[in-house]
Design a protein around this ligand. Structure first.
Ligand code: TXE
Length: 481
């Protein structure tokens, strides 16, 4: 069975402790490879290599750093199909999604930051004839990047690329549930001769490897995406060490539908925003609020479409809904369906595990996309992040009422708004407590825009120049004239 390796100081190496974890293919429910069960000794080696590489990398010309990142981007493009297959196998997502979204986006993340640094400008502040100030932005040192399983290479590269582009060296940890494409990325780094120590990838469990990164004294900056509870744990570790932190956490996003929207466009997009990647995207809209006059029309059309969605083998190009990422996650999602029923919800479609007919895939973690109605906006099902193919429907009468529902959770990541009334769109966008508001669209992403959440959805922003700012230390220089 294939054993993945860590990537430390330019070499593909076994973990020091010699032990491995099972890596499961969720479409079959079977172990298909082994990943290093690394510990603080591997992290220490990686941090040492990264620290030693920092002076060289941070002093390299912007153009040379850019060339290395572009070379990574080009190799991802060249290995696109292989990487999409690997992502689909590792995560359970349809291969079509990995080909259209995950791997192209990872490629673009490297290209985006490789070229962004060529266009950076620094600020200056004139003080009449008295003096002037200019701002230097220097790389900080070794950056720790910790990422989750839902968009494995996409989110991993969304952190690594700006950290490296701005001159930091990196110790990175992908999710132990979906490590494979991070391993392929380390192969690519070897192929392009990335200088040793610039990027180090350590595989293993969160409480061991992630914790060791969070507490390592030579890693002063940490970028994390994952669950809110883990974010809290990392903050508790990093705060007394005065580390710079960026946290991208969970969401419980509202999808608000007014009667005056373009119904067909809204319906088509709402299918995606509810169930793309089996609902395992932090930006999915899991609470759907519908203006009362079109509630029944929407409900009937939505239930009809969702009940026809094919749940199938991820490697089949026609599959739209693949497997959930793990058995424990499937059980967690199913337990929320049960909770919803206990809370008075009615399951309109789905709600159950699916056993595929193909014998090879009968143990995979499949579930039917699920729609629930009849729940109160403030019940647990509507307040806690489920992170699976489950949405709830609720009617509303006024803007004020739906705003109160939308803003009622502890999260504030993304909101979607469907209306053809421009004034209302601006009014609502202003009042929604959400880091991202999509009007008449969903997941329309421009990599230059700030990305992140309010409240317990996170701290700080990624994306565009926000990420380059995060990974640098501003220094004001004041000159008397
Ligand atoms: O997250 P975890 P998981 C949410 C979603 C999901 C939940 C759990 O609600 O159900 O998070 O997902 C590492 N110190 N999102 O299990 O456990 C871990 O190894 C340092 C939202 O993936 O937070 C992995 O690499 N690191 C999200 C990473 O943290 C630790 C996307 C994320 O794992 C650690 C995915 C520790 N003590 C899940 N413990 C979004 N907003 O995009 C774990 N890790």
């Amino acid at each position: 069975m294939k054993k993945l390796t860590n990537y430390i100081n330019g070499n593909l190496v076994a973990p020091i402790g010699g032990s491995y974890l099972d890596n499961i293919d969720p479409s079959r429910g079977k172990v298909y490879s082994l990943i290093p069960d690394s510990d603080e000794r591997d992290v220490a080696l990686a941090a040492k290599a990264a620290k030693e590489a920092f002076p060289f990398w941070s002093n390299l010309s912007t153009k040379k750093r850019s060339d290395y990142l572009l070379a990574i981007s080009e190799r991802i493009e060249a290995r696109m199909h292989e990487m999409a297959e690997a992502e689909s196998l590792d995560n359970g997502k349809p291969i079509s999604l990995a080909m259209e979204v995950d791997i192209p986006r990872a490629r673009d993340n490297f290209a985006f930051y490789a070229t962004a640094i060529l266009h950076e400008q620094s600020e200056s502040h004139l003080m009449g004839t008295t003096g002037f100030n200019y701002t230097l932005r220097d790389a900080i040192g070794v950056a720790g990047c910790i990422s989750p399983w839902n968009l494995p290479l996409y989110l991993f590269s969304w952190k690594i690329a700006p950290a490296l582009a701005s001159g930091n060296t990196v110790v990175a940890k992908p999710s132990e549930i979906t490590p494979y494409t991070a391993y392929l990325l380390s192969e690519i780094c070897v192929e392009i001769n990335l200088p040793p120590g610039v990027l180090n990838i350590v595989h293993g469990l969160g409480p061991k490897v992630g914790q060791a990164i969070s507490e390592h004294p030579d890693i002063p900056v940490i970028s994390f995406t994952g669950g809110t509870a883990t974010g809290k744990q990392i903050s508790a570790t990093a705060a007394p060490l005065f580390k710079k932190l960026s946290l991208e956490l969970g969401g419980k996003n509202p999808n608000i539908i007014f009667a005056d929207c373009d119904f067909d466009e809204m319906l088509k997009t709402t299918l995606r925003s509810s169930f793309a990647n089996q609902g395992q995207i932090c930006l999915c809209g899991s609470r759907i609020f519908i203006e009362r006059s079109i509630y029944e029309k929407f409900k009937n059309a939505f239930v009809e479409k969702v009940s026809q969605m094919k749940v199938g083998i991820p490697s089949d190009p026609k599959t739209k809904m693949g497997a959930l990422v793990s058995e424990s996650h499937l059980n967690k999602v199913l337990s929320y369906v049960k909770l919803a029923q206990e809370e008075g919800g009615r399951v309109l479609t789905g709600g159950n595990r699916v056993i595929l007919e193909e014998a090879e895939f009968k143990d995979g973690y499949y579930m039917r996309p699920t729609i629930i109605e009849g729940l109160d906006a403030y019940c647990r099902t509507n307040q806690e992040e489920i992170f699976g193919p489950v949405v709830s429907l609720q009617a509303f009468d006024t803007e004020e009422e739906v705003l109160a529902y939308a803003n009622s959770t502890r999260y504030g990541l993304a909101a979607t708004l469907w209306t053809s009334n421009l004034q209302r769109a601006h009014r609502m966008a202003h009042k929604l407590e959400s880091g991202i508001v999509w009007v008449n669209c969903w997941l329309l992403r421009d990599l230059r825009t700030p990305f992140g959440g309010m409240k317990q959805s996170g701290m700080g922003r990624e994306g565009g120049f926000e990420a380059l700012r995060f990974f640098t230390e501003p220094k004001n220089v004041c000159i008397r004239l």
